[in-house]
Write a protein that binds this ligand. Structure first.
Ligand code: PLP
Length: 382
């Protein structure tokens, strides 16, 4: 048994001494926030690193999501997925919008694009899909529907830092995308987030919105909020950026080891990333199918008893929470795939610094539980 708990993730923390010079610079110039030099530098470096035109930093991903909906003046109903972190649909309720839930695709766990059209009403103004686990949505099909019906598309790309499709950043699809830099994400600024947009005019509007609506000292042009990332967060992000390539490469190595070992266990299925996608290896969702002798929850408990804290992302579905469950589209009989995945998927620990021996011991636990409960096809001999 592992003496210390192994959590699903552990934050990327560069060596402390590398952070000290950044803090010294902040102490020297006494600029702590309000779009200071580190904030500006991180916006530029991240845009370059990610391969996007414009990026607006926020104090967290949820404020970025809330502001993205304001920036596009979204009203009425928004089509979204029940299979996500609750912040996705909370951002709609906070803006007085009505979420309309559509079922997901069993292979990607992303919104099923073929079911979007039937959910459109005269009140629909936007689609809010999630690149779940960083696996790209069917962006081309979603854009075709959006163009046909005149809808905006905002991607919750909280999981999709660095992901590319045919060499192009996944953040370049839709009208806006948002990122989260929360401590649990692949790239973190402790708390943090961003909106990615494609023109300077939109960037300006978002920058006003995240700073109370100030256009200059005496002019307020919008009902803005305070969403500005501070200088300590931005400095942490700049340092983090220096280490991100090796951290992502290490995630890939750890996942490759898991994949090789898990492939030998019947009933444990892995997410398939489509060809042409450069993934970020940020999550390791496994599907516990009927061919595995016990349930996902039994496996989850078995690992927990041995100090392996895997997580059931995403269980429960957003549609089961009290503020959503009375919506017509929250009827879970209409969301059979989301329901099934929610009861079958388990995300295993993966983070830079996770030892391969720990990976091996986790897989051994999954294998031994199956052996203990082996289903046998052999007839019982009396
Ligand atoms: C993490 C996350 C968010 C929220 O980001 P915060 O930075 O924690 O506010 C939103 N959507 C999804 C899908 C997430 O995983």
């Amino acid at each position: 048994m592992n003496t210390k708990p192994v959590y699903i993730t552990s934050p990327l923390l560069p060596p402390l001494e590398e952070f000290v010079p950044y803090l010294e610079a902040i102490w020297q110039n006494k600029i702590l926030t309000n779009g200071g030099p580190f904030h500006q530098q991180l916006e530029q470096e991240l845009a370059r690193y990610l391969g996007v035109e414009h990026l607006c930093l926020f104090t967290n991903g949820t404020l970025a999501l809330l502001t993205a909906l304001q920036a596009l003046r979204i009203t009425g109903e928004v089509i979204t997925t029940p299979y996500s972190f609750v912040a996705t649909s909370h951002s709609l309720l906070w803006n007085g919008l009505t979420p309309v839930f559509v079922d997901i695709d069993p292979h990607s766990c992303n919104i099923d694009a073929s079911k979007i059209e039937q959910a459109i009403t005269p009140q629909t103004t936007a689609i809010l899909p999630v690149h779940c686990y960083g696996n790209p949505c069917d962006v081309d099909k979603i854009q075709r529907i959006a163009d046909l019906y005149g809808l905006k598309v905002i991607y919750d790309a909280a999981h999709a830092f660095g992901v590319r499709k045919e060499g192009n950043s996944i953040l370049n699809y839709g009208d806006l995308s948002i990122l989260s830099f929360h401590a649990t994400k692949a790239f973190n600024t402790i708390e943090g987030g961003a909106i990615i947009c494609r023109d300077a005019k939109m960037k300006k509007r978002i920058d006003y919105l995240k700073n109370f609506g100030f256009a200059d000292e005496t002019t307020i042009v919008a009902t803005g909020i305070n969403g500005k990332m501070n200088e300590v967060q931005a400095a942490f992000g700049l340092l983090q950026l220096k280490h991100i390539d090796s951290a992502l490469a290490e995630r890939a190595r750890i996942q490759a080891h898991y994949h090789q070992l898990l492939a030998e266990i019947d009933g444990i299925e892995l997410l398939t990333i489509p060809a042409g996608v450069e993934w970020n290896y940020s999550y390791l969702p496994v599907m516990v199918t009927d061919a595995y002798p016990v349930s996902r929850d039994a496996l989850y408990e078995h690992l927990r008893e041995q100090n392996i804290i895997a997580r059931r992302y995403f269980y429960p579905l957003i549609t089961s929470f009290p503020m959503y469950r009375n919506l017509a589209s929250a009827d879970e009989t209409m969301l059979p795939v989301a329901q099934r995945m929610s009861s079958r998927v388990l995300c295993l620990p993966v983070f830079p610094g996770l030892a391969l021996e720990v990976v091996e011991s986790i897989v051994a636990m999954i294998r031994s539980l199956a052996h203990q409960h082996q289903k046998t096809d052999l007839p019982l001999v009396s």
